[in-house]
Design a protein around this ligand. Structure first.
Ligand code: BTN
Length: 243
């Protein structure tokens, strides 16, 4: 693997994008000990203090139609869960790809891509994991909904070992997905889905949907059953569990 390690970055996704434009190969890993401008989904910041978390981005170049790109992020969430399960933890996934421990967020994924007429040029999978954070390390604005592997397991975690295990699992899953299709990962995703069968609220842009969470379809879209009994397929949005 091709590793780029930085002590401090704005955002590892931005650096990865830059390297991808310069021709960095599939499998390139861009890792930052800390980020000053870590980015989350929906324009939110990702707090990335030194020494506590894992903040990294992967460059991949799959030859797939653009419409399949969201599946890579769902698959990544599953690989992260499997790695946490090796530590005897019980993660769940909040659609599309927040990984939770005890109902609180331990990991976020931000995928960005560059596409052309003939398909995807590169895809950046940005992963932020709260590893050795203590409760007081989170900003007040997220402290009620964030957790870390350390908080839940009660153990100091070796970040390098964890990253290695994760990258091995992720690479294996990614290869399987390229060779086969999404269906086995859809099952693995559903096994870990948070809030399945429960009433949830989904905000997509300015439109709010409520309904029963029924899972994801074979493309990776969220399945929501509304009060009228119709099944809706949502491609993006922010889920609130137990509204
Ligand atoms: C989210 O849940 O909102 C996604 C968070 C993604 C954070 C990671 S940290 C490494 C990579 N670089 C970034 O700027 N963001 C992602």
């Amino acid at each position: 693997r091709n590793y780029h390690f930085y002590h401090s970055l704005g955002s590892s996704n931005d650096t990865a994008k830059h390297l991808a434009r310069e021709g960095a190969t599939e499998g390139t890993v861009v890792l930052a000990e800390e980020q000053n401008a870590g980015k989350g989904r929906l324009g939110r910041p990702w707090h990335s203090p030194a020494g506590l978390g894992l903040y990294f981005s992967l460059i991949i170049r799959p030859s797939i139609p653009l419409a399949l790109a969201p599946q890579v992020t769902l698959l990544t969430a599953v690989s992260i869960c499997k790695t946490l399960e090796k530590l005897d933890l019980e993660p769940t996934i909040k659609w599309p790809n927040d990984v939770l421990l005890e109902g609180k967020k331990v990991c976020g994924i931000l995928t960005e891509l560059s596409a052309e007429m003939d398909g995807i040029k590169y895809l950046i999978i940005g992963i932020g994991i709260n590893v050795n954070h203590r409760l007081q390390d989170f900003p007040d604005s997220v402290a009620h909904k964030a957790t870390s592997i350390n908080i839940v397991s009660g153990q100091e975690i070796d970040r390098v070992l964890f990253l290695n295990k994760l990258l091995i699992t992720l690479e294996e899953d990614y290869r399987h997905w390229l060779e086969q299709d999404f269906s086995p990962f859809r099952q693995e995703w559903l096994q870990r889905a948070a809030g399945l069968g429960e009433k949830v609220r989904v905000l997509t842009g300015t439109v709010e949907w409520t309904g029963r969470l029924e899972g994801i379809d074979d493309m990776g879209a969220l399945l929501l059953r509304n009060e009228a009994g119709e099944l809706q397929h949502l491609m993006s949005g922010e889920v609130t569990l137990r509204p």
